[in-house]
Design a protein around this ligand. Sequence first.
Ligand code: 5GP
Length: 204
Amino acid sequence: MKLPTKAEPLMPGLLVVVSGPSGAGKGTLCNALRSEWPHLGYSVSATTRQPRPGESNGVNYFFYTPAQFTTMIEQNHFLEWAFVYGNYYGTPRAFVEEKLSAGEDVLLEIDIQGALQVKKQYDKGVFIFVAPPSMEELRRRITLRGTEPPDIIRQRLEATATEVAYAPQYDYVVINQDLRVAVEEIKAIIIAEKCRPFRRPIRL
Ligand code: 5GP
């Protein structure tokens, strides 16, 4: 039986960073994870790219002009930001800091440059590298998405080869061959991370 205890200090939430090459399926993976675990706070990124059909402001991204975005960089609005394939992307700092200090877990789905910046600030976060199963499959997925012109597709595929070299800087690698398996692996990683002794002090 658990006895009444002295006031327990609140543990900060877990910062989960899902990152990897474009087209590896991070978005689909995070959407599936969020629908199963709605308690994970999802950080909506800011971007200067145009909304795709079906995307709305404040849900998929916060959409800004390049001038607005650069002002926000100067105002230290972002936890990290990066220039990815011709557009700016950034994680609003306030949301992440507020949730974590309230003891809530936060999920970020960001590119590799961004993840490496976050790692410098939150070394206790968990960094998961999502890799596509093969170059052929990656090409198929990006082409199928139908949102990128051929020169951008070529650019993204070339970048992937360089990007996989960053995988050893992450805590975990998930190969996104089968969506179900990949979601289960990410859930297992989060569950295990929450059991680490520094996140789970024993107060008898
Ligand atoms: P897309 O334009 O396809 O939605 O995203 C392009 C790339 O930008 C993806 O690799 C995505 O993970 C990344 N991205 C989305 N939001 C952010 C962010 O806030 N910061 C960084 N660094 N990358 C992001």
